[in-house]
Every structure is written in structure tokens, then in C-alpha cells.
Design a protein around this ligand. Sequence first.
Ligand code: ATP
Ligand code: MG
Length: 287
Amino acid sequence: MADSAVLNPSVAPNPATTSATTAGHGSGDSAISPDDAPLLSVRHLKKSYGTHEVLKDVSFDVKRGQVLVLLGPSGSGKSTLIRCLNGLETIQGGEIVFKGQAVPANNERAWRKLRTEIGMVFQSYDLFPNLTVAKNIELGPTKVQKRPKAEVDEQMDRLLADVQLSEYKNAYPRELSGGQKQRIAIVRALAMNPELMLFDEVTASLDPEMVREVLELMLRLAKRHMTMIVVTHEMEFARRVADTVMFLENGVILERQSGNEFFTHPQTDRARNFLESMAPVGAEPQD
Ligand SMILES: Nc1ncnc2c1ncn2[C@@H]1O[C@H](COP(=O)(O)OP(=O)(O)OP(=O)(O)O)[C@@H](O)[C@H]1O
Ligand SMILES: [Mg+2]
């Protein structure tokens, strides 16, 4: 079986995104055929908490197979945006269009369906502590998607083998390290065959030695053409994984360009300062 089918059976490799590039796993929007309709379109999204406008008229598209990295200072609205995308937050304006269909704001059923198609992994390990790894993974596919257990188990075994955690199938989350828990959380999301994966700072709570294994899994997913929106503070990883970078400040998209361009030629002082602030201590500033 091809690599892409192991981690993401629902997405066939897209020949348009497989061209070799210098940064990221693609080369920005230009790597994707222009007639490809976006998988996700966010249109004039507005989100407030009380009088505090957190997202102000945010619009962008994500195409199939694209990796969009969302960067921005703390409080700029990255997590809020991610949460709006699968209906964990109510929005005050705009719309979210997934596979060409606007998701009606008050239709909880439509959002529930969307959440089976969009996988999400957060910073905190959100595995059910009272369930084994296997039960955590099986729950969504068997109970929500009502798929046959045998089929789900077969997929689970492949996914666990791929992340080298087969031996933990019957373990409880408390028996796993942080990095292992995050890899299982990713496997659990993948077992739903999502068409889009959202990652919000999934390595932020991990000890440094565990960060790498999780980032490498995400890089593998990107190489296998999983469509992903990624919030991360790991800049070297962001540079490697991003087709496109979107830089958010105060709920506004200040920049949106290919990863390569963003990291070499940020257009705004704000983004330049941000990149400098994220550079390793002692690194020479870029021109
Ligand atoms: N539940 C909430 N109630 C009120 N205000 C909130 C809530 N969640 C977020 N905010 C506010 O919205 C703004 C954006 O927060 P958000 O968590 O989206 O930022 P972020 O870019 O993810 O930051 P970080 O990099 O620190 O994770 C902040 O000013 C925050 O205080
Ligand atoms: Mg956040």
C-alpha cells in the first residue's frame, strides 16, 4: 500500500502537489493546480468575546494537500481561529465553507458531521484517561461513524505500527509519555479518515526530547499530502512543513504567502520582528 494511504486513506496523492521544492513540502499556492476548488474557505470571519473583537474579517482558502502554517504573537487569535473552524466557537459574522458547502451557523448536526471530517489535535493530550489506547482510537470510527469494528481495528493496527506504538495498544494514557500520548492523539484523529487536520501547538507541553518524534510524524503526514492547518512555535519545523504561512496579529491577517517567501522575505516589520524574536538565542539576524 502506498504511504499516503496508510496515514490518510481518504486522500490519494495529488500529482499537482508533488513537485520538488526548496522549502516546505510544496511551494505555496503555485504548486497546486488553479482549478482545484478549495477544500476549506473562510469568508469574512468575525469572532468576539463580549466587546473584544478577536478575529476581524478573516478570509482565506486551503486547498487539498496544502499545509497552512498559522503564525503570530501570543493572543493574536490563532487558537480561536482553529476552534472556529470546527465549530467549537460560535462566530459573529462570516462563514466557513467546507467542500463547497457553507456550514450553517446554528445547525449543530452539520457541525457534528464536519467534526468527523476535520481532525483536531490540541496542546493538551485529550485522550480519555479511563480508556485504553485501542478504545480511545476505536471510539469515534465505530460509535460516531458506525464503521465495522474489524475494519477500524485493521486500520488502527496499521496506524499504530506506523507511529511505532503497536505495543501500547492495550495501555492506558497514564502509561504513555507526553510524546507518545500526542502521537496517539494524532492517530486517533487520523482513524476518522479526516480530510483536514488542525494542529494547535501540539508540542508546546512536551519535553524537548519528545518534540521531535511528534514533529516528524506531522512532517510525514504533510509529505503524504494530508491537508493541514498548523499552529506552531517551532520555527524550523514551520519552515520545513509550510506551503503557505499566514501571519496573524490582533485578529487580522497581516501576511499570507508561501513559506519560502515568508521566512526569507517577510513583508511587514511586524512579521520580521516576530521571526527575529523566535530565532534561536545568539543567531545572526537575517537581512
Ligand atoms: N474563552 C475566551 N473568553 C474571552 N477571551 C478569550 C477567550 N479565548 C481567547 N480569548 C482572547 O482572545 C484573544 C486571542 O486568543 P487566542 O487564544 O486565540 O490567541 P493565540 O494566538 O492562540 O495565542 P497563544 O500563542 O498564546 O496561544 C486573546 O486576547 C484572548 O485573551
Ligand atoms: Mg493559542
